[in-house]
Design a protein around this ligand. Structure first.
Ligand code: GDP
Length: 255
């Protein structure tokens, strides 16, 4: 709210509801979700609350919905720890994997390897190869589910394996079957689905629907730097009922 309103002290609930509802909509939160949040806040508050009471209650609702970010946990304490990344073409899988690889390799001294199953796009393999060469970490290219299992077995001395998958169109059901097989063969400890923040909520829902066959995954939001309204984060987490992990902010792979 603007300062003038904040300074004015007590407000009736209806006025505040409308103000904050409009604000959520302006930030591209889905109308249904905005409505639910505001209704819950109103139920919780008595009449004649201050703007601050309303903000605090709404803030709590939003932070509860978003939850704490959960990044790679290494919770199974096994070697190699296998992490797989999936999502539509162009969301930023390869770039994000390079960022995560660089972070664990350079800042945490982990022994990292990368595997790509994205063999449809030569450019994707080349791109990951460039990052692997710069970092001096191994990259394997796998073309089948069988090769995936074999490759992972060969990396038994590695701490962390990051797997890039083919991002074929999720509307192309044949290639989606292949993606399912790759995911199943990897037996990953953690799976991350990437969503670009430039996608529409409808598009995000379609993608999430397609990856429903994965029970347990976390969400990475990419291209935060390209958007002006972050509502998609709330929308996607609300519909997916999954945890957020990383939010990426740029094309550069640091260091
Ligand atoms: P993939 O097809 O999912 O592997 O996606 P890529 O990693 O090849 O990325 C597709 C495009 O998105 C490239 O031009 C990347 O530089 C760009 N990209 C990736 N992450 C980000 C990000 O956080 N912000 C912006 N602005 N661009 C990104």
């Amino acid at each position: 709210p603007d300062n003038a309103l904040a300074k004015s002290g007590k407000q009736d609930k209806k006025g505040l509801s409308q103000l904050f509802y409009n604000n959520l909509i302006k930030n591209e939160v889905d109308a249904d979700i905005a409505n639910e949040l505001i209704t819950q806040v109103c139920e919780q508050l008595v009449d004649n609350n201050s703007v601050n009471d309303f903000i605090n209650a709404l803030y709590k609702k939003i932070t509860n919905l978003i939850g704490k970010p959960s990044t790679i946990s290494f919770e199974h304490a096994k070697k190699p720890y296998v992490v797989l990344f999936a999502g539509p073409t162009g969301v930023g899988k390869t770039t994000t994997i390079a960022k995560i690889a660089a972070n664990y390799y350079l800042n945490y001294n982990k022994k990292v390897s990368m595997i790509t199953a994205d063999t449809y796009r030569i450019a994707a393999v080349e791109q990951l190869k460039v990052y692997a060469d710069i970092l001096g970490i191994p990259l394997s290219i796998v073309r089948s589910a069988g090769e995936m299992e074999e490759t992972i077995k060969n990396y038994e001395d590695v701490d962390l394996i990051l797997i890039d998958t083919a991002g074929r169109s999720y509307r192309d059901t044949d290639s989606f079957e292949e993606i399912k097989q790759t995911i199943s063969a990897a037996q990953a400890d953690e799976i991350y689905i990437l969503l670009s923040m430039t996608m529409s909520t409808r598009n995000c829902k379609e993608v999430l629907e397609n990856y429903k066959f994965i029970d347990d995954y976390k969400i990475i939001f990419t291209k935060y730097d390209e958007i002006s309204a972050p509502g998609i984060i709330l929308n996607a987490l609300y519909y997916a009922k999954k945890q957020v992990s990383y939010i990426t902010t740029g094309q550069n792979v640091p260091d």
